[in-house]
Structure formats: structure tokens, C-alpha cells
Design a protein around this ligand. Structure first.
Ligand code: NAP
Length: 422
């Protein structure tokens, strides 16, 4: 594909797929969206750190700057938030990294993040949540947190099937639900907004499969399916049922053990084959408290979209907040890494935001490319920098012994540590 406003970096090669396997050159072209708001600060800082770590481990990524949100409007015109070129670049190169994009509240503007995930069918949002030494946390034992959340990314209430109050469409749906489906006393009179919550067998099973495969590959003990199936039986509950079917039917028992009746019974007494990954179900509301009170009992979580959004942010808070929480979206031989946090508009353009989440998202991308040594070097250098007391404003305000530095200075300190540790 030829690009109009995007420069393809010279000397880089594409990541491709052959025989169902990702083929990764040592000089891959990696599209990058710096992002809105603090994206303009953390984007360039993260790029510098990622480049340094890659070079120190013998790789040479070629960053291809692409645009979305404000940067797209500046380059392509006021109406263009997500240029076709950007979507094509992400599709063509299979892997990419993005900073946060602003979604104004209100009508007429669908989330670009959701649009990208749906267009590229990036069905699993994965967020590892682990404690970094030196990060202030509200918990007594934050180091007990070492969890990976798998959030379904393409359906649930995020599918965007909603009708606005006062429209002809919403009245049509109301009439159908009341008159034809028999819910004539369920909805309040007067203006109403309505939405649909699709949860499919395909969406649920591929997400749970991904989580179980991850648990097997990474020596994790347990996958917990988190849903609200006691109330939403045919959507959330069905997610749990389909998930347990995957565990029960697609893997040998000595590899994956589907715990019976786990919603209502403790599993302490259950005889689980040695080395098998246990798959269990838990209700989302209870899970939010167990995550805080019994943190070390959980390992890998798999959830429908909305639960995943809430639970992964709450997990991020336990290890010190949004500024350090990384994430990545995965599809069929695709990865789009992005931090959990948003564009934090009130901190934008001040060279003060924390780039750690974006840097650690880059680590996930590198590990997806098979560059585990680069990923480890990044984590070690970030941890060394924070534990030595060089931190951005968000962590400095919670640590009296720390030196508050700018985004740029913090990234430079990490680069120095990368050099020392390599
Ligand atoms: P937010 O941008 O994540 O920011 C909320 C607060 O979290 C900030 O004000 C700041 O706290 C702290 N924070 C977040 N990232 C930080 C960082 N890197 N360094 C230091 N502190 C950080 O959430 P929001 O204000 O609800 O959302 C703003 C916009 O971002 C919205 O348009 C939203 O739709 C969008 N968003 C995008 C994504 C995405 O692109 N994937 C994700 C979430 C939200 P203090 O003010 O206390 O310093």
C-alpha cells in the first residue's frame, strides 16, 4: 500500500505471517500513534526508551508514525479522526503501539479506541498487573498482586448498539420489547435510552481459549472466569458456561481442570491433577472485593468487556495507579499495545506525565515479537529507576524520599539504566 501523509521508514521490514506463524525480522516496521493529551509527552519518551532497549539487545525497530485523534485532525482535516491510512498501516504491519486517544463525552463521537479494536478484530485486551518495587500503593502488601486480565474486546455493551432517547428508533425498539416480547411492565414511562448487550459463543470461547493458553504457556495455576451470571443469565452467565465448555472439552483433564460448581463452592477440597491449570467461575461484584482481600489467590482472569474494564482499572490501582499500568490488544496474529490510562487532558503538554505505562506496553509488544530479553531489560530498568527514587509527579506526590523529574528526564534515566544493565 502507498501512503499519502505517512512516511514509511526506510530500511525496515514488515512483520508477516507464514504457515500460521508470525515472522519477525530484526528490523521490523512498527506503526506508532503517540496519542492525544499526555500522548504528546509520553509518546516520544516511550519511543526513546523502547528504541534504546531494542538496540542494546541487537534489534532495530523502525517506527512509523501514524495519526489518530487530534494529530489526525491536524494533518488530514477537522473531520478526520481515524484516517484510512492509519487503519491500513496497523492492518498491514500486524503490530503497533498507541498512546491514549480522547473520547469526548456525548453524542456524535464514538470511541476511536473501540473503533480500532473492532475494525482490526483485536478481540482480547490483556493487562498484566504486577508490582514494581518503589511504587507507592494504597495496599499493605502490593507485591501479592501478579495477575493478568483478559478482557473481551469486541462485544458486550461496548458493541455500540444503542438508541438515543426521543428518537423514532428507540420507540420502535421499545414497542417491540413491550408488545412483541411481553415486557410491557418492565420499562418506565417517558423518555428512555436503550442498548443491546451481545455476548456470543465465538467471542466468549476465543477469549477464554486465549486466557487458558496463556496460563499454560506461562506456568500459571488458575484461570478465573468473572461475570455477573446470577443476574444476566443469558449473556454473562452464558459467557461462563461457554468458557467452562472450552476448559472441559478442548483440553485434556491433566492439563486443564474445569472446576465443578465453582460459583457456589470453595475449591480447597477439590482434587486437582498436579500441574493442571484450574478454570473456575466467580461473580464480578464479589471478585472486586476478593481482589483486594485475597489478592494472591488469583492469577489469570477472563471477562466480558465491561467487567474487564472495571476490574483491570481496580487491579491497576492496587499496584499504584494508572500511570504505570500497561496493556495490549491481541487478535489473530495481531498486537496493538496501549496503556490502560487515557489522555489526562489537564496534564497534557507539560512534560510531566508518567510514561511508564506506555513503556511497559511496548515491553508487551516486544515479548509478542519474541524479544523476551528486550522485555526483561525494560522491566528491570524501569524498576531500577523507580526504586532509586527518580519518578514523575504522580509517584513523587506519594513518596517523600523521591526526586520529581519531568517525563523527558525520567525517560533519560531509564535509558541510562538500560545501558548499565545491558
Ligand atoms: P485518564 O486520562 O486515564 O486520567 C485520569 C487521571 O489519572 C489523570 O488526571 C491523572 O491523575 C492520572 N493519570 C492517567 N494517566 C497518567 C499518567 N500517564 N501519568 C500520570 N498520571 C496519570 O482518564 P480520564 O480523565 O477519565 O479520561 C480522559 C480521556 O481519555 C477521555 O477522553 C477518555 O475517553 C480517554 N481514554 C482513552 C483511553 C485509551 O486511549 N485507551 C483509555 C481511557 C480513557 P491526576 O490528575 O490525579 O494527576
Amino acid at each position: 500500500m502507498s501512503y499519502d501523509k505517512v512516511e514509511v521508514p526506510e530500511g525496515g521490514e514488515k512483520v508477516t505471517v507464514e504457515n500460521d506463524e508470525l515472522q519477525v525480522p530484526e528490523n521490523p516496521i512498527i506503526p506508532m500513534i503517540h496519542g492525544d493529551g499526555i500522548g504528546q509527552d509520553v509518546g516520544p519518551a516511550a519511543q526513546k526508551v523502547l528504541q534504546k532497549a531494542a538496540e542494546e539487545t541487537g534489534r532495530d525497530p523502525h517506527w512509523m508514525r501514524v495519526y489518530a485523534g487530534q494529530s489526525a485532525r491536524d494533518k488530514y482535516g477537522e473531520d478526520v479522526n481515524l484516517p484510512d491510512e492509519t487503519v491500513e498501516a496497523l492492518r498491514e504491519h500486524r503490530v503497533a503501539i498507541k498512546g491514549p486517544l480522547t473520547t469526548p463525552v456525548g453524542a456524535g463521537f464514538r470511541s476511536l479506541n473501540v473503533a480500532l479494536r473492532q475494525t482490526l478484530d483485536l478481540y482480547a485486551n490483556v493487562r498484566p498487573t504486577y508490582y514494581l518495587d518503589g511504587v507507592p500503593s494504597p495496599m499493605k502488601a502490593p507485591e501479592e498482586m501478579d495477575m493478568v486480565t483478559f478482557r473481551e474486546n469486541t462485544e458486550d455493551v461496548y458493541a455500540g448498539i444503542e438508541w438515543e432517547q426521543g428518537t423514532e428508533e428507540v420507540e420502535k425498539v421499545r414497542n417491540f420489547v413491550e408488545d412483541e416480547m411481553g415486557f410491557d411492565e418492565t420499562m418506565h414511562e417517558g423518555p428512555i435510552g436503550l442498548g443491546l448487550k451481545p455476548i456470543s459463543e465465538k467471542g466468549s470461547k476465543r477469549l477464554v481459549r486465549e486466557a487458558i493458553d496463556y496460563a499454560i504457556e506461562n506456568d500459571r495455576d488458575k484461570v478465573t472466569l468473572v461475570h455477573k451470571g446470577n443476574i444476566m443469565k443469558f449473556t454473562e452467565g452464558q459467557f461462563g458456561t461457554w468458557g467452562m465448555e472450552v476448559a472441559d472439552e478442548e483440553y485434556p483433564d491433566d492439563e486443564v481442570f474445569a472446576a465443578p460448581d465453582s460459583l457456589w463452592e470453595e475449591q480447597d477440597e477439590v482434587d486437582i491433577p498436579e500441574d493442571a491449570v484450574m478454570v473456575e467461575e466467580r461473580l464480578a461484584d464479589a471478585m472486586l472485593q476478593w481482589m483486594q482481600l485475597r489478592t494472591d489467590e488469583f492469577d489469570v482472569l477472563a471477562m466480558p468487556n465491561l467487567n474487564g474494564d472495571y476490574l483491570s482499572d481496580a487491579a491497576g490501582a492496587q499496584i499504584g495507579g494508572l500511570g504505570i499500568a500497561p496493556g495490549a490488544n491481541f487478535g489473530e496474529h495481531r498486537c496493538l499495545a496501549e496503556p490502560v490510562h487515557g489522555s489526562a487532558p489537564k496534564r497534557a503538554g507539560q512534560d510531566k506525565a508518567n510514561p511508564t505505562a506506555l513503556i511497559l506496553s511496548g515491553r508487551l509488544l516486544f515479548e509478542y515479537l519474541g524479544w523476551d530479553d528486550t522485555g526483561k531489560l525494560i522491566r528491570d530498568a524501569v524498576e531500577e529507576t523507580i526504586s532509586s527514587g527518580t519518578v514523575t509527579y504522580d509517584l513523587a506526590r506519594q513518596r517523600e524520599d523521591a526526586e520529581k523529574v519531568s517525563t523527558t528526564e525520567y525517560a533519560e534515566a531509564i535509558c541510562d539504566n538500560i545501558e548499565d544493565l545491558a
